[in-house]
Design a protein around this ligand. Structure first.
Ligand SMILES: Nc1ncnc2c1ncn2[C@@H]1O[C@H](COP(=O)(O)OP(=O)(O)OP(=O)(O)O)[C@@H](O)[C@H]1O
Ligand SMILES: [Mg+2]
Length: 261
């Protein structure tokens, strides 16, 4: 499957180990990604630890798009989230992290090229570091692919998106900023906004947005893209999106009825 040759099944240190933080790879608005060395008895592997900043310091412009739509959690938590209490913030934070972690695990199991997940933590999670002892993988946005390579990578990404659709997932924040470029391969990261096709009312709009943002990068490099045909090509038949509501606009001001209270 796609990510096997980038991350062989025995890539992770097993047995007794200790973890040492080596520094911050990237500090963003909503998270910090640290480089961690996992030192075992006979070798060391590099991990990336994504840690989320405190909920009330984060800015989710599209928060309404996601809040309360994820499954899990108790009714008390859901009530507290609606009322914006401190407990509610903590519950929302935990759900946010576990949604990202669960999505990473599901995608990895399905064979999508992602950093293999390692461990869920209280404020984030550990995964494989994409890079080597000398450098972290650049984001695709920082790399200028030659037209022939761009075409090959676009085709491969469509195959990856087809796998996502087959397991009922939409990335939700896909663009050349959330793809790493390593050993001539595209590695998908950042599943903080990943949603389920069947349960999320904006899934279809999010998928269209994902494809449009990604296509922009590839179109600039000479790849011809017909967005409408892409949706059909990856199996995103409109009938899969069973519970779509007509009035949802991603990034717009209008929230659907059931999220307004
Ligand atoms: N597994 C990884 N290996 C190497 N680098 C990584 C890994 N995961 C994330 N990074 C680096 O950290 C950056 C931020 O990660 P991510 O996109 O998941 O978080 P984010 O909250 O969206 O951050 P930002 O606000 O900066 O976009 C990535 O663009 C990448 O440079
Ligand atoms: Mg990101």
């Amino acid at each position: 499957m796609p990510s096997r040759d980038l991350f062989p099944s025995d890539w992770l240190v097993t047995g007794a180990y200790r973890d040492t933080r080596l520094g911050v790879i990237k500090s963003g608005k909503e998270s910090e990604v640290h480089l961690v060395a996992r030192i075992g008895s006979d070798r060391t592997t590099l991990l990336a630890e994504k840690r989320f900043k405190a909920r009330d310091r984060r800015s989710f412009q599209n928060d309404w798009t996601y809040r309360g739509v994820w499954g899990g959690g108790t009714r008390r938590e859901s009530r507290a989230m609606k009322k914006n209490t401190r407990f509610g913030h903590e519950a929302a934070q935990a759900r946010w992290i576990s949604n990202e972690w669960d999505s990473l695990v599901r995608l990895h199991e399905a064979g999508v090229t992602v950093p293999p997940p390692v461990e869920l933590l209280d404020d984030g999670y550990l995964m494989a570091f994409v890079g080597d002892g000398e450098r972290a993988a650049p984001r695709l946005s920082e790399v200028d692919l030659a037209p022939a390579v761009a075409q090959r990578v676009w085709d491969e990404l469509l195959d990856e998106l087809a796998v996502l659709v087959s397991i009922d997932r939409v990335h939700g924040d896909l663009s050349a900023f959330n793809i790493l470029w390593w050993r001539e391969r595209a590695v998908l990261i950042d599943f903080s906004q990943t949603v389920e096709i069947v349960t999320h009312p904006a899934a279809h709009d999010l998928l269209t947005r994902d494809i449009t943002s990604l296509a922009r990068y590839f179109q600039r490099r000479g790849v011809e893209v017909a967005i409408d045909r892409v949706l059909g090509g990856i199996g995103a038949d409109v009938h899969r999106f069973t519970r779509q509501l007509g009035d949802v606009r991603v990034g717009g001001r209008r929230a659907p009825e059931r999220w307004r209270d």
